[in-house]
Design a binder for this molecule. Structure first.
Ligand code: GLY
Length: 232
């Protein structure tokens, strides 16, 4: 059994509090695997703990879009039957990873707007952003380049991948997006095949970084692999 989690991959040394949250997520997720539950259960448990912590750019710690609203993205995928679920731009919900799992249990893969809100009904509400978060947004609006740097250093998407005792893989990712973003912007995290992917025969991946780059890189690698096949 294996569980790997990430709380982003910034340049700055992580704080004690964020390392503790990562440790908590790992321990709790691994307990799930040990008691015989699935890789997907472990991934959701681990990501939820990081969403709840407020130390990452996901769930309670998410950044604001330029209009002051938090619109959260998350996805999950399991590698046995390639079932996947994602929510895009979810407002007011603390644990988008749970909503993504609910989507996976329907016949759909992605829900946005009203559909995402409906499926998340009953999940814990997102707390109000702290005053310092609102003040930071005002400062950041004036300093775009510094903001990009700030994102690289401090703010982190969260994710997990797991292998359970049955040989099945799963992956999950949750994010508040990037620091400076137009309202409605969507990155890689809810995109199955970009931010999250799991297939038992190949592996499981949860990405972190600037979504615009990740989406382009994935498309580029698809193009290279198509070209290789055509050259064979
Ligand atoms: N990787 C998270 C995002 O770009 O939204």
């Amino acid at each position: 059994m294996i569980l790997i989690v990430h709380g982003g991959a910034g340049q700055k040394k992580p704080s004690r509090a964020s390392l503790k949250s990562i440790e908590d997520a790992l321990m709790a997720g691994y307990e799930v695997l040990k008691r015989g539950d699935t890789a997907l259960d472990a991934v959701v448990r681990a990501v939820r703990i990081m969403e709840d912590s407020g130390h990452f750019n996901a769930g309670a710690g998410s950044v604001l879009q330029l209009d002051g609203v938090r619109r959260l993205d998350a996805s999950v995928m399991e590698g046995a039957a390639l079932q996947a679920g994602a929510v895009i731009g979810l407002e007011g919900i603390r644990n988008p990873i749970e909503a993504a799992r609910r989507v996976m249990e329907t016949q759909h893969v992605m829900l946005t707007n009203l559909g995402a809100q409906r499926i998340a009904k009953g999940l814990p509400p997102l707390p109000r952003p702290e005053e310092k978060t609102l003040a930071r947004l005002e400062r950041l609006k004036k300093k775009e380049n510094e903001t990009v740097q700030l994102y690289k250093e401090h703010f982190s998407t969260v994710g997990a991948v797991a292998l359970d005792r049955y040989g099945n893989l799963a992956a999950g990712t949750s994010t508040g997006g990037t620091q400076i973003m137009l309202p409605g912007r969507v990155g890689d995290s809810p995109v199955i095949g970009a931010g999250t992917y799991a297939e038992n025969a190949t592996g499981a991946v949860s990405c972190t970084g600037t979504g615009e780059h990740i989406i382009r890189l994935v498309l580029d690698s698809v193009k290279s692999s198509m070209k290789q096949r055509m050259d064979l």
